[in-house]
Each structure stands twice: as structure tokens, then as C-alpha cells.
Design a protein around this ligand. Sequence first.
Ligand SMILES: [Zn+2]
Length: 355
Amino acid sequence: MLYCVVVIYLPTSIIACVFFTFIASLDYDMDITVAYFHPLFHPEAVKRDFDKIRAVGAGSIVYALHEQEEPRWPHDLERGFCLAQRAGLKVHLSLGRFGNLFAGPSLMPSWYTFHHPQSRVKDRHGRFHDMTCFNHEDFRSWLFKQVEYCLSTYPVHGILIDEPRMPDVTCFCPVCRALCPDIADLQHFRRRSMLDFFNELFACAKRVNPRIKTSIVLLPQDLIFLEELVTIPHLDTIGCDLFWQVLGEDVGMVEQWGRRVVETARQSGKRSQLWLQNFNLDEQGEQLLESSFNGISRAEPDEIACYYFWRNNANPEWVWQQTQMLLRRIPRRQLHWQSVTSRIPAEETTQEPRH
Ligand SMILES: [Zn+2]
């Protein structure tokens, strides 16, 4: 809208300036996502938090939902997600530990796997592992129904799979054996069927609403699966948890991991999302928060993601202040518009700056 107004009223030199600024802003534009792993029970506190998150320029939050939570607090979820929407934030649901196949903020096992022990992955020695085999039809139909229900009941814009358990154990359960009778091929079958499982899950989400965005976020040690995962047709975004300190790595690895994700995502037409570790930092780790942020920025992802007051920082308030300060350094389209519109007489501007 503003762009049209500018074209009508301004001399050519300023139009050119607006045009080039617009192009330049597209090159550096980076979306911000913030994980909000806090209860939604107290609306006033939630609203205050969402306003703070919005004020740093974030467009989305990630909210993690464990399988036993939705039946227990549907009112809180609905109200909380509406509050996010009202604050201008899109909600992406992270499926917390469903089937023990994904990560989740609460360190508790999956109820589904607990109640369906026969669904567990079985290795070549006949030993069971603590996760459900994603090839079990009952598990798939249960999970897909859960996803369909959540996406059609709540104002949700996306689903996110966080740190999926990669197929490090070849499954010899009866379902996998029936689907892949050639034992020598079982290992490869597991990888193929994992891709199929994710694609079906995302297809199910997009059937509910074609505009739903789908994401997978990997741990750095699972980046070996990156090339395979970006072939998933219904996957929109591929991300990485660049948790250098938790993994006992040098902070310099952040940029290296990040570039690998960004380049692979870009080549396959997917979006990239890089996660900043602004949790579990002792005082020494806190001093390297800026370094790790700079590493992410240099990788130029489509999205940068971080946490709102997440666990175990030595100085939680300082970490959030520092995170806000770093996020505000990210060039955003709206800030470019603001610098251009300052030269335009007030009556010719039609759009308020966002911040
Ligand atoms: Zn199996």
C-alpha cells in the first residue's frame, strides 16, 4: 500500500532509492521465533510475556504440547493461543515426546508408548527400545488424529518436530519385517520409512489447512540426515539446535553447523531456522552468547530462534536482556521502511512503523 503511494508522489531519484532499499531489505530480512515453554494458566502474565516477545520483532512463538496436556487444559490452550494471535504472534506447535520420537521440554516418557509397549522398536537381538516404531499403523493413525484435532481446534499456524530420534537402531519389529521382508535391506528401509512417516505427518497437517507451515529441527550430530530430509515434499523449514555449550563444543561450531543448514535448505527451496542457545548458560557461557549470535547471523538463515526465559541460566534476567539487545540488531524490512518514510511528508505516509 505504502509502496503505491510513494510511486505516485515522489521524484524518480527517491523512487529508485525506495526500490533499492526494498531489494536490500529482502536480502537481509530474517524472521524471529521465540520458544515459549511456560504455562498458559495466568492470562495477564502470558499477555505481558507475549508483548515483550513481540517487541523484539518476533513474528512467531513455538509452544510445546505434550500428549497428555491437551485433554487436561483445552481452555488454557485456546485462550493462550488467542492471546498470542492478538499480540501479533503466530503459534507453531511442537509435538512433545509423542511416541518418545521427538524432544519436549518435560523430561517424561510418552503415554502412548507406555500404554502400547508392543509398539516399541525391537532391535536385531530382540531387545525393546524406549520409543514407538513409527511404522505401526495404530500409532500413525493416533498421532495424525491428534495433529488434525489440534490444528482444527486451535488457532495454530504450524507444527514443529524438535530433535526427532534418528534411525540409529534398525527395527526388527513384526511390522517392519512384514513391510520389508529382505532383512539385508531393513537398515535402509528404516531411513526410507522415516522420510515417508514425516511426509505423511506433514501432509496430514496440510490437509487440515494448506497454509500450515511444517518444520523439523535437528541436533547438530544428526546433520548427516540433512540431505535426505530436505527431499520431504511437505516439509517447509529445516532447522538446527546450535547448542554448542550443551554439546561441549567450541562456540565457533555454531557458524559451521549453521552454514551447512542454510546452504542445504536454500539449494532445495526450503527455509532455514537456526536456534540460539540462550539457556543453561553459566557465567562463562553467558559471555559467549554474543559470539554464538554473531555466528548465526553470519550464516544468514531465514529465521533465528531462541527461548523466552528458558531453563538453568546463572543470570536469567541478564540473558533475556542480552537476547533482546542482540535480536534488535537484526535488520528488518520495517526498519528500512521507517528510514525511507522519514523523508516523506506526513500526509503521504499511510502505514505505521511496527516498532
Ligand atoms: Zn518397526
